[in-house]
Design a protein. Structure first.
Length: 157
């Protein structure tokens, strides 16, 4: 795989499932994927690359939760090391590192900045109604139907 190629969505989804047992965490990553694809369309960027980034950004969270917020150990650093060994492009890896503030990784690309924002918005549940509201607005604005995406992803994943 060259530095610009990305693994397929099917391979990425399989890796996410291998590392993530929690249905709610899986749904979160699928929601981030959908939002990242919507923003890629809006910004005229590579929808597949942005979607893959959202889909895999938290795959290592259950195995390496990083409660101490180490900038170099556990989530997301451990996952990035694994993704690097599998040939994921550096742009994706930098975006994933940047979504966790404690890594001190600058969010320089539009994709990295968007992942950081979208990740916050999609951690929406009844305990965080402000995030839920923003996630709903985001989906409506970009005509993204998360229930349709979840149905499609459950058929393919």
């Amino acid at each position: 795989m060259t530095t610009n190629e990305i693994p397929s969505r099917a391979d990425t989804l399989a890796l996410m499932h291998e590392y993530t047992a929690s249905e709610s965490l899986r749904k979160h990553m699928l929601a981030v994927e959908g939002a990242m694809r919507a923003y890629a369309q809006k910004f005229d960027e590579d929808e597949e690359r942005w979607g893959i980034t959202g889909l895999i950004h938290d795959f290592d969270y259950e195995r390496f939760p990083n409660n101490a917020h180490s900038p170099t150990e556990e989530h997301p650093s451990e996952g990035v090391r694994l993704l690097r060994s599998k040939g994921y492009p550096e742009e994706i890896l930098q975006a994933i590192l940047g979504h966790a503030q404690y890594t001190n990784t600058p969010r320089e690309s539009k994709m990295a900045k968007t992942l950081f924002a979208v990740d916050e918005l999609t951690v929406a549940d009844e305990r965080k109604p402000d995030r839920l509201f923003h996630a709903i607005v985001l989906c409506a604005r970009f005509k993204f139907d998360p229930s349709r995406a979840l149905r499609e992803n459950s058929r393919t994943g």
